[in-house]
Ligand binder design. Structure first.
Ligand SMILES: *Cc1c(COP(=O)(O)O)cnc(C)c1O
Length: 382
């Protein structure tokens, strides 16, 4: 093959149709507002569910940490990047969520890639909901395990597959609140199956944490199965906590095993203290103030106002409106943008073919007026 043909990018990347192209938007965010291409828009597209990323206490804690110890951590935790702040957050998260132990990771993506790779090998079997987040899908691939996908939330199908593929090491893997649909896994049902078929259960509640249930403790806590010996919970600090990073919760034994084995923990720079200090302050806000209640009230209010819209069945902060074709979804997103709202169109391959949608995410920072005006704009879409 000649140099000229190797250098032709079409040999590496298939051409993507214009309606499928992912585009970066160098935006400027200011609280609930986002400035894109010179336009100031009300942001309904952020996972900053509790508006804590801009909270004065959270930002002050992060700044103080920078003043004290600088920006970067300088090394992985096992070399010299560990700090007492990381241990403090691990203890507090474990206690808050009702688990024995916790391990902080660089991001949710790193947590899931490393977690599944550490637990499974080519002799293992992984049972995975078809709509699981890409990080769980890729973690399973990276582990080399045999992967069995089950239709979204279909526990009967899952059980049939568990019967069909017995193995020494099995695990069931599921999102808690699903990131593109906003619906919820049946955590109790999953754990029942895990018990019956002797498997582990991993629940990634990145979107349920800080949003669902009492104090926003999430789906696992709501199902009253926190700390169960078969259960590992994953979550991120980049969403409701308004910071960056991720955590895994489990038994002390399991977490110690991961400390020894997880490659994305061992071979990656420790989180900066500013991100941790910010997350600690965010946890205080979540525990002490009514910020989670505010979000939950906004969700209830939105559902009342939007009951005539073709929303997908979701009781969470993620409210998708199904539109079908890529073109319709993009058109709707652009129309909303012209009216001052930032609501992204989510298209395949992120969601299944033919299910392009608007994905509205609500925040504790929105007020009734924001929600009223958005629902009017949604109802008036041409
Ligand atoms: C956002 C998300 C992740 C990735 O977390 P990051 O910290 O952004 O890397 C993982 N799992 C789920 C379910 C998510 O929604």
């Amino acid at each position: 093959m000649s140099i000229a043909s190797i250098m032709d990018t079409r040999n590496w990347f298939k051409t993507i149709p214009e309606t499928r192209k992912r585009k970066l938007l160098a935006s400027q965010r200011e609280g609930l507002w986002i400035e894109v291409g010179g336009q100031r828009l009300l942001n309904f597209a952020s996972n900053d569910y509790l508006a804590l990323s801009t909270h004065p206490n959270v930002c002050a804690a992060a700044k103080a940490a920078i003043d004290q110890s600088g920006l970067g951590s300088g090394a992985s935790r096992l070399v010299s990047g560990d700090s007492s702040l990381l241990h403090e957050l691990e203890h507090k998260l474990a206690a808050w969520k009702g688990f024995e132990a916790c391990l902080l990771l660089g991001s949710g993506m790193l947590a899931n890639l490393g977690l599944i790779q550490a637990l499974a090998d080519r002799h293992s079997h992984i049972f995975s909901d078809k709509l699981n987040h890409a990080s769980l899908v890729d973690g399973a691939r990276l582990s080399g395990a045999k992967v069995h996908r089950y239709p979204h939330l279909d526990l009967d199908n899952l059980e049939a597959q568990l019967q069909k593929y017995p193995a020494d090491k099995c695990m069931i893997v599921s999102d808690g609140v699903f990131s593109m649909d906003g619906d919820k896994a049946d955590v109790s049902g999953l754990l029942k199956l895990a018990n019956a078929y002797d498997t582990l259960l991993i629940v990634d509640d990145a979107h349920g944490t800080g949003t669902v249930g009492e104090q926003g403790k999430g789906l696992v806590f709501e199902a009253d199965v926190s700390g169960h010996e078969r259960l590992l919970e994953v979550g991120t600090l980049g969403k409701a906590f308004g910071s960056y990073g991720a955590y895994i919760l489990g038994t002390s034994e399991m977490i110690e095993g991961l400390r020894q084995r997880m490659r994305t923990f061992i071979f990656s720079t420790a989180l900066p203290e500013c991100a941790i200090a910010g997350a600690l302050a965010a946890l205080d806000e979540i525990q002490i103030t009514d910020v989670v209640k505010k979000l939950q009230n906004n969700i209830t209010y939105f559902l009342e106002q939007a009951n005539a819209l073709p929303l997908m069945p979701s009781q969470t902060a993620i409210q998708p409106m199904l539109l079908g074709s890529d073109k319709t979804a993009l058109g709707a997103s652009n129309q909303l943008r012209e009216q001052g709202y930032f609501v992204p169109a989510i298209r395949p391959p992120t969601v299944p073919e033919g299910s392009a949608r608007l994905r509205i995410t609500l925040s504790a920072g929105h007020d009734k007026q924001d929600i009223d005006s958005l629902t009017k704009a949604l109802a008036n879409l041409a």
